[in-house]
Design a protein around this ligand. Structure first.
Ligand SMILES: Nc1nc2c(c(=O)[nH]1)N[C@H]1C(S)=C(S)[C@@H](COP(=O)(O)OP(=O)(O)OC[C@H]3O[C@@H](n4cnc5c(=O)[nH]c(N)nc54)[C@H](O)[C@@H]3O)O[C@H]1N2
Ligand SMILES: Nc1nc2c(c(=O)[nH]1)N[C@H]1C(S)=C(S)[C@@H](COP(=O)(O)OP(=O)(O)OC[C@H]3O[C@@H](n4cnc5c(=O)[nH]c(N)nc54)[C@H](O)[C@@H]3O)O[C@H]1N2
Ligand code: SF4
Ligand SMILES: [Mo]
Length: 885
């Protein structure tokens, strides 16, 4: 009998409910959980492809010390003794944990308890520092607590939805789809997107404000000034429940509209139109993402947004409020357990003596950290300069994702003792581990996550543990016990940890702290196993209603009032002759961060298979760069090489490179190599979206494209980018010096046996070489070389890996690099659910399908997860526009 398990998606902070179905033969499939309030049955492309990413290829299955397999006892004893020795010799601040918003709450709780309550240092920071820390500080400055006031339904019930610094269509796709559906039903709803790029999210926008990088403080300060003397101010709310309105609004009014226009790069007409829309619409939700948080002025951006909501009293009521969209599946859970170096458990304050005392009494712990620990960037600097002697990295890949990534790499190389807990054996970070600990991953582990609307959901394991892999909480508890803290870490399962966490949240709380799930303190294992998703707070005293914060004007500062923050405008214009361009970084639709999981899916990898740089056509022209050229991008810290994507979606002078690619997938495409360790002064969050760079065309002697069944080995060329494809891999290449013998080169790289002879073609004048290797009727590898970027029907070539080539003619079509008569090339994948390519869509458009719905009927594209609908609409518009010209 097939079994169905309700769990939660391990990717973004939307926190969609997933039903995993396990057939009798062990095959797993997933679908959206119709009963989960976050998604009501929907899933995006990444969620839909979950079953394709759970195979064991590449998994770390056994503990290793210096690359050699050991048993758990030896590994754990070593970790415990190295940490204890460092503490004994150099004090508790000589050790550190660097953890992740992808840990489950139970893992995170134990990590934080061990470091802050037992080791007695606050040197535990998390990749949430790179993600949400500006929001945390912004919330705490305004509200006195790290509270997201609203619920998802507010976004769909609002009359004006502002999306700033958020590419919702690609990064929170299910919220995007629900918003798009709400807009179809509520015709008066307006959507404004504020982003330097015209992203796919703009597909549903009534207004796109192509703001200059870091113009947000100016934009929202200008909005406060505009509102200040007008009818939208809620004087009763401001007077009864807040402090600082006069100072903040006076200071805001000190800026003229032309100054705001200059700082934002928006015209005065655009500003007035936006300001009036805000002023005259009561039900406003302002959603914001990394374009706000990841900035040297990130915290002020958050407060500039919140100021406007407080001033109008539009907060905590249906359809109203500021809304921080959390990125990782458990960014919120991490904050609840106090996983940041400057927080304490259960939203308590490390700098407050009463809070410290309360937590220490609850834990009955020998110590409690007395001061904030090192924030991520400072933490890795302390690793580099030798202050940190032992470091444990868990569920994050800092060699890829931290700013100045090469310095992070050097720091790990120099660190006396590095422990890495991960699911995969070869990540860019795992390379530097003295001890590698195999962790359970999604589908195997058990626990809870909290999504952007404070909803706690269960992740449930339904797969056996692979090899010797164990849960992260178990590894931490074992090390805790071996360091001598037995009683406090003798957990036998996650239900126990969750109940303890719940009890701490309610401990001496009585409404004084926002985070209270005391109602779950006495939870039993069966309760926990059956626990449906719920939204916090859930103190002992109330039932399970879904709640908003702050409509009642009750805030968590000592005087119970909210604060307006007087935000001064940051310096945004930068004149750097050597590095004149502004590099922005972020995400693409179908990859998750450093690609360890999504990179396994051929379907997800087919949407965008190569690292790229988006640039405006004028910038491309000035640099002598054509579409599909390779481009070298340089900052004072280093260089990368990626493919040019020339598009008017990009503003002039502004470039965009995705954050995902790393050494497992490309030669020189790790964008954080270029990012300086500049941080927000309040939150310590790195400014990953405004980087001074220069670029030039990358000159190569030869370019190549290849498809291969076997994973390529010994790639020693200047540029390569590898992606999983159906039946094998696809590979883009460029050579500063071309190999002398392409046949031998291919044999080595593609693992072709000596007895297999290629069929081939060479044209010396154009530098074109084409080789295909067959084992009887199966294509092993095909290589296309040219002295300019290679033009070949790529998706067609990939599809040939799965085709039987019994006929000589089809083998020769591979050398020709294009389908034979009667066959066609689907083109680059647009819809990854149904594998529909751009050429198929354009030919359907030619045949009369002029709407996304019509394309859906004909090709099914866009009818499953819907993540590609904006792109399909863009293709239709592009085709019809070209036809009209
Ligand atoms: N597909 C996919 N989805 C994901 C993730 C993923 O890896 N892949 N990761 C998850 C995580 S952890 C996170 S944190 C979220 C991030 O989700 P988002 O914040 O939506 O994603 P980003 O692409 O990082 O950045 C959002 C936008 O900010 C814009 N931006 C840059 N500078 C500025 C500026 O100065 N002002 C304004 N207003 N906008 C600016 C960028 O152009 C970009 O389009 O996504 C989550 N969802
Ligand atoms: N330039 C630039 N840099 C950025 C960003 C940006 O926009 N631009 N965004 C930043 C943001 S918002 C974020 S959130 C970070 C994300 O950056 P990272 O956290 O470094 O990226 P991930 O690939 O998600 O890393 C998670 C790691 O944990 C492993 N893993 C998965 N599940 C488990 C588990 O259950 N247990 C254990 N132990 N390991 C597990 C995965 O295999 C992977 O190696 O990147 C940041 N860096
Ligand atoms: S929107 Fe997509 S990635 Fe995010 S939780 Fe839902 S299914 Fe997962
Ligand atoms: Mo994030």
């Amino acid at each position: 009998m097939a079994q169905e398990v309700k769990t939660t998606c391990p990717y973004c902070g939307v926190g969609c409910g997933v039903i995993a179905k396990i057939d009798d033969d062990g095959a797993v499939s997933v679908k959206g959980d119709p009963d989960h309030p976050a998604n009501l049955g929907r899933l995006c492309s990444k969620g839909s492809a979950l079953a394709e990413t759970i195979d064991l290829e590449g998994r770390l299955l056994y503990p290793q010390v210096d690359g050699i397999r050991v048993n758990w006892d030896d590994a754990l004893d070593l970790v415990a003794s190295k940490f204890s020795e460092a503490i004994a010799e150099h004090g508790p601040d000589s050790v550190a944990f660097y953890v992740s918003g992808q840990l489950l709450t139970e893992d995170y709780y134990v990590a934080n308890k061990l470091m802050k309550g037992f080791i007695g240092s606050a040197n535990i920071d998390t990749n949430s520092r790179l993600c949400m820390s500006s929001s945390v500080v912004g919330h705490r400055r305004a509200f006195g607590s790290d509270t997201v006031p609203g619920l998802y339904e507010d976004i769909f019930e609002a009359d004006l939805v502002i999306l700033t610094g958020s590419n919702l269509a690609w990064c929170h796709p299910v919220i995007y789809q629900r918003l798009a559906a709400a807009k179809l039903e509520r015709l008066h709803m307006r959507i404004v997107v504020i982003d330097p790029r015209r992203t796919m999210t703009c597909d549903i926008a009534d207004m796109h404000l192509a703001i200059r990088a870091d113009g947000d403080v100016a934009l929202f300060t200008g909005l406060l000034a505009h509102l200040a003397n007008g009818p939208a101010i809620d004087h009763a709310y401001v007077e009864s429940f807040t402090n600082g309105f006069d100072a903040a609004s006076q200071s805001a009014m000190g800026y003229s509209l032309p100054e705001i226009s200059k700082a934002t790069g928006l015209t005065i007409a655009e500003l007035i139109q936006f300001y009036e829309l805000y002023e005259h619409t009561e039900k406003v939700v302002t959603c914001y993402g990394q374009g706000v948080n990841q900035s040297a002025s990130g915290t002020d951006k958050v407060n500039a947004i919140i100021n406007c909501h407080l001033a109008t009293g539009r907060i905590g009521r249906p359809g109203m409020g500021p809304f921080s969209l959390t990125g990782q599946p458990n960014a919120m859970g991490g904050r609840e357990v106090g996983g940041l170096a400057n927080m304490l458990a259960a939203h308590m304050d490390i700098e407050n003596a009463d809070d410290r005392d309360r937590v220490q009494r609850f834990w009955n712990s020998p110590a409690i950290a007395t001061k904030p620990g090192l924030k991520a960037v400072d933490l890795f600097q302390a690793v580099a300069d030798g202050r940190i002697k032992a470091l444990w990295i868990m569920a994050t890949n800092p060699v890829v994702s931290m700013p100045d990534a090469s310095a992070v790499e050097a720091a790990l190389k120099a660190c006396p003792f590095v422990v890495v807990s991960d699911m995969f054996a070869t990540t860019d970070t795992a390379k530097y581990a003295h001890v590698l600990l195999p962790s359970l991953g999604w589908g195997e582990k058990d626990g809870t996550v909290t999504n952007s609307e404070r909803r706690i959901s269960r992740q449930r394991g339904y797969l056996p543990a692979p090899g010797d892999a164990t849960a992260d909480w178990w590894q931490l508890s074992q090390v805790g016990q071996r360091m001598g803290f037995s009683g406090a870490f003798d957990y036998t399962g996650t239900a126990e940890i969750f109940a303890e966490h719940a009890a701490l949240s309610g401990f001496e709380n009585r409404g004084s702290r926002d985070f209270d799930i005391g109602a779950y303190s006495d939870l039993t294992k069966p309760d926990y196993d059956g626990m449906p998703p719920f939204n916090w707070p859930q103190p002992v005293s109330i039932g399970t209603e879904t709640t908003r914060f702050f409509a009642d004007g009750k805030f968590f500062h000592a005087d119970g009032r909210a604060r307006f923050i007087d935000t001064t405008l940051p310096q945004t214009s930068r004149i750097d002759v050597a590095y004149p361009l502004t590099l922005n970084t972020g995400r693409i639709r179908d990859q998750w961060h450093t690609m360890t999981r999504t990179g396994k899916s051929a379907r997800l990898s087919s949407h965008i298979a190569e690292p790229f740089i988006e640039m405006h056509p004028r910038d491309a022209m000035e640099a002598g760069i054509d579409s599909a050229d390779l481009v070298e991008i340089e900052s004072p810290l280093g260089k990368i090489i990626v493919r040019a994507l020339v598009t008017e979606r990009q503003a002039r002078g502004n470039l965009f490179v995705p954050m995902h690619w790393n050494e497992q997938f490309a030669a020189h495409a790790r964008v954080d190599t270029l990012v300086p360790p500049v941080t927000d002064p309040y939150s310590g969050q790195p400014a990953s979206k405004n980087i001074a760079v220069k670029m030039q065309r990358f000159q190569a002697e030869a370019f190549a494209f290849a498809v291969t069944q076997e994973k390529p080995q010994h790639l020693d060329c200047t540029y390569w980018a590898l992606a999983k494809a159906e039946g094998g891999y696809r590979l883009e290449l460029a050579f500063e010096e071309a190999p002398e013998d392409w046949i031998n080169w291919s044999r080595t790289v593609f693992g072709i046996a000596p007895q297999i002879e290629p069929i081939g073609y060479a044209d010396n004048s154009s530098g074109q070489i084409r080789l295909a290797f067959f084992d009887r009727d199966t294509l092993l590898a095909a290589l296309y070389v040219a002295n300019t970027p290679v033009a070949v029907a790529r998706n067609w070539a990939i599809s040939q890996l799965a085709v039987r080539h019994t006929d000589l003619r089809t083998r020769f079509s591979l050398v020709a690099g294009r389908p034979g008569a009667g066959k066609s090339d689907p083109g680059a994948t647009v819809c990854s659910c149904f594998n529909v390519g751009v050429n198929q869509i354009t030919s359907a458009i030619r045949e009369g399908c002029h709407t996304v719905e019509a394309i859906g009927k004909t090709l099914s594209a866009g009818t499953n997860c819907g993540s590609c609908r904006a792109e399909i609409r863009g293709i239709i518009e592009g085709c019809l526009k070209t036809a009209a010209e």
